[in-house]
Design a binder for this molecule. Structure first.
Ligand SMILES: Cc1cc2nc3c(=O)[nH]c(=O)nc-3n(C[C@H](O)[C@H](O)[C@H](O)COP(=O)(O)OP(=O)(O)OC[C@H]3O[C@@H](n4cnc5c(N)ncnc54)[C@H](O)[C@@H]3O)c2cc1C
Length: 310
């Protein structure tokens, strides 16, 4: 952002803007370059107004959730990173009376953490999203990525998404108009780029709280056994190629434990790149490219990153 854009944004948004932000603090990889600015918005009106203002100023922007699937490159992000807070973190049940046996519809703000959503559902005796437990993202990030685990994807429970485009217009799109792809959500007509999901509605079923809790514990237990715990990572770094597993290919290529600077291919799960200390975004990208090259040489498969590099 140039100085004029900074001055214009500061007038009106001054109190909400953090300037020259180290994005390592906002990524579960604990690495990343600098962003020109970071703004927390507290409600839908603020989000719409901010997007309009940025459009007028011709300033680029990206939204992040919990930063568990993004890495800001070493060059940094020239523009504004937006985070959804306040009212955009809430969860509400839309149909208080559900006597007919229909699914129960809930609405979750895109900024809400997945762990909060799953525990809210558990506490309200609603089943259907337990498989998402342990995914350290936000509702918006999970929906954007069509995240999932154990053979399920969040899109299975999605009813509609509400989003705001970069001109500040609000739209609600039912799931029938969405394409639920592997680790990607899109519109059947048009595309979701340059749109920020503000909330999502999910169709769930009534269930017994105790049983839901037990299922969550089982999923968490399976995770503990298979993934590196305690290490900074972004979960699976690469998408699984059709009919195969990225982790299997990386392991078979003998890459477990390979490092670049302080970024390392996990010895526990080959599809996890972990930050063993003070890895930079450049270390992580260099290791990513090395993994891609070696896997391609060995098996002729080009792995595509699941982690988004901004
Ligand atoms: C230990 C660990 C385990 C993981 N396990 C899994 C797993 O089992 N399954 C799985 O799917 N993922 C997994 N992940 C990856 C990650 O947690 C998920 O992809 C998560 O859904 C990302 O959410 P986020 O809020 O952190 O998104 P971010 O990383 O902040 O953003 C990811 C992308 O989503 C976009 N985005 C975020 N919010 C919005 C919004 N409101 N509107 C539009 N776009 C948005 C961002 O611009 C970015 O492009 C794991 C990560 C870790 C660290």
């Amino acid at each position: 952002m140039n100085q004029k854009q900074r001055d214009e944004l500061a007038s009106g948004w001054g109190d909400s803007v953090q300037w020259d932000v180290d994005m390592a603090d906002y990524s579960t990889l604990r690495a990343g370059g600098m962003a020109d600015a970071l703004v927390d918005v507290q409600n839908l009106d603020e989000l719409r107004n901010l997007l309009c203002r940025l459009e007028e100023l011709q300033v680029s922007c990206r939204v992040i959730g919990r930063g568990s699937n993004v890495l800001v490159s070493e060059q940094g992000y020239r523009g504004v990173i937006i985070r959804l807070q306040g009212e955009l973190n809430s969860v509400t049940r839309l149909d208080e009376e559900n006597k007919s046996g229909n699914p129960v519809v809930i609405k979750a703000g895109a900024g809400c953490s997945m762990s909060l959503l799953v525990s809210w559902c558990t506490g309200h005796g609603l089943t259907g999203l337990e498989f998402m437990v342990g995914i350290p993202g936000s509702v918006g990030g999970a929906v954007w990525m069509n995240g999932g685990a154990w053979g399920h994807e969040i899109g299975e429970r999605l009813q509609a998404i509400e989003f705001v485009d970069y001109s500040g217009h609000l739209l609600v799109v039912p799931v029938s108009e969405l394409k639920l792809l592997y680790r990607k959500l899109d519109l059947k007509e048009g595309d979701l780029e340059k749109r920020i999901i503000s909330s999502a509605t999910f169709a769930l079923s009534p269930g017994r709280e105790e049983q839901i809790r037990v299922r969550c514990e089982q999923y968490l237990g399976r995770r503990r056994g298979k993934q590196p715990t305690g290490a900074a990572s972004a979960g699976s770094f690469f998408k699984n190629p059709p009919g195969d597993s990225a982790g299997r290919l990386i392991e078979a290529a003998g890459l477990k434990g390979t490092s670049c600077g302080q970024a390392m291919v996990s010895t526990v799960h080959a599809n996890f790149i972990i930050n063993t200390g003070r890895a930079t975004a450049a270390d992580i990208v260099a290791l990513m490219q090395q993994v891609q090259d070696v896997v391609f040489q060995e098996f002729g498969v080009r792995l595509e990153p699941e982690v988004e590099i901004l």
